[in-house]
Every structure is written in C-alpha cells, then in structure tokens.
Design a protein around this ligand. Structure first.
Ligand SMILES: Nc1ncnc2c1ncn2[C@@H]1O[C@H](COP(=O)(O)OP(=O)(O)OP(=O)(O)O)[C@@H](O)[C@H]1O
Length: 233
C-alpha cells in the first residue's frame, strides 16, 4: 500500500501489513513514522495512493472494515451529557441506528465496571474513567474492528497500567479485532497479541507474536528484541 501526505511527500511507499480477524495488533514506532496516519487509513479516513489495504480475510474487497470504532488520545465525550447518554449516543446517529441497544447500555456499563459512573457528567470524571467510557462507547456499536490511537498516553502510570489490563479484558470478552497505536514498548507488550514495528522507511520493520499479552509478565527476551529493533526504527 502507498500513501502520500497532503503536501506530496510519500509517507508509505510499499507498506505491507495485514490485520487478522480477532487479533489485538499493536502498531509500535517512534514519533512521526506514520502510526496515526495508518490508523486513519484503516478507518477509511484517508485514501491510499495505490496498492491494497486488506483486513483479515477480506482479500478482494475494499479492504476496509465495514464498521469500526475509534478511540483517540482525547476521549472526545460530550460534556453536557451523562456517561450513559454518551455510550448510548451511537444509536442516535442515523448510519449506526440499531447498533446500540440503548436498553442494554446500563448492562454494558455494569459489565465493563463503570456502572457507578452512569449518571455522572463526563466533565466530572477522571481522565482514566473518561477513556474507559470512550472505549465502551466505541465498543457499544459492535464494530468489526476497534482502532485506538494512544488512548492512555495522558494517564498517570498506575491508571495507565490498570487501563491497559482493563482494555485487554474488554476486547477479549467482545472478541473484537483491535488495532492500537503506541510508542511505548511496555504498553505494546501488555496489549498486543501481535506487535508490528513501523520504521522511518515507511515499512513494517519487524513484527512479533506476543504469547504473554494481557499479563504483566512480559518475556524479557522478547522485550529486549523489540527494544533493539526500535532503536533502529
Ligand atoms: N495533514 C498532514 N499534512 C502533512 N503532513 C502530515 C499531515 N498529517 C501528518 N503529517 C506528517 O506525517 C508524518 C506522520 O504523522 P503521524 O501523526 O501519522 O505519525 P505518528 O507515528 O503517529 O507520530 P506520533 O507518535 O508523534 O503521533 C509526520 O511527519 C507528520 O508531520
């Protein structure tokens, strides 16, 4: 797949990456290599300049998921609405109507451990809580793929670590294919069942299967190997 930036620079010349159904893929890489842009391409928010974008078994199709949920660095919640209303919001958009069963929003909040926040206004909850609401809101539309762009980067280290493990539980429970962008190797080791390292050449420089994802017991050899490759990315 090829992609040209609005100014004309070729960001991706020959990028080869498949997202496999059901996996939790982490796109790792230093600042500026194009991780967020790649996420936007996967979401269909940007157009490739050529080649094919393929997700899982969808070879031959347009390569895009037909439905996706996106979570950005900022939770982007409506501050004048309650948590319950924010999560139910998906059902209000015409294109998504019917996807969120508003009657079950409370059940969803309960299930993912944020029921006590249901009536709170979203400008009165913490950053970590707001990001959980943003994830549940995106997941509530039952997307084929959940795209996350450094969702926990603004959180303190303890909340961040808790949120990472919480996310792994949520995505495993839903069985949703996930692609998350980060530049943090340790975050990648917790969240990713597969980790792809994007390099400054605009290509996937390396990728690793991570059998210990979802745990804090990362394999030290795997961590060392990722770090070594990261230094040259
Ligand atoms: N709209 C745009 N017009 C021109 N250049 C852009 C545009 N958006 C991004 N870029 C450039 O494209 C490159 C990749 O940006 P991108 O945000 O995808 O990188 P990233 O790996 O996600 O970085 P970070 O980790 O800092 O968020 C950068 O050099 C950036 O300056």
């Amino acid at each position: 797949m090829r992609y040209r930036l609005p100014g004309g620079r070729l960001l991706f010349d020959d990028l080869d990456l498949s997202v496999l159904e059901g996996e939790s893929l982490v796109l790792l890489g230093p600042s500026g290599v194009g991780k967020s842009t790649l996420l936007r391409l996967l979401a269909g928010l940007e157009e490739p300049a050529g080649g094919e974008l393929r997700l899982g078994s969808q070879a031959g199709g347009d390569g895009r998921a037909h439905s996706y949920g996106v979570v950005f660095q900022k939770p982007l919640l409506y501050p004048w609405l309650s948590v319950r209303e924010n999560v139910a919001l998906g059902g209000r958009f015409r294109a998504l109507r019917g996807r969120v069963d508003t009657a079950h929003v409370d059940e969803l909040l309960e299930h993912f451990g944020i029921a006590e926040l249901a009536d709170a206004r979203t400008d009165q909850i913490s950053g970590g809580q707001a990001q959980r609401v943003a994830v549940v809101r995106a997941a509530a539309t039952r997307p084929e793929i959940l795209l996350l762009d450094e969702p926990f980067s603004a959180l303190d280290p303890v909340t961040r670590a808790e949120s990472q493990r919480w996310l792994v539980g949520v995505t495993a429970e839903l069985g949703v294919t996930t692609v998350m962008v980060t530049h943090d190797v340790d975050e990648a080791l917790v969240v990713g069942s597969r980790i792809a390292l994007l390099g400054s050449t605009g290509r996937v420089q390396d990728h690793w299967i991570n059998p210990a994802h979802g745990t804090t017991d990362s394999d030290p050899d795997l961590r060392a190997s990722i770090l070594a490759s990261y230094r040259t990315a």
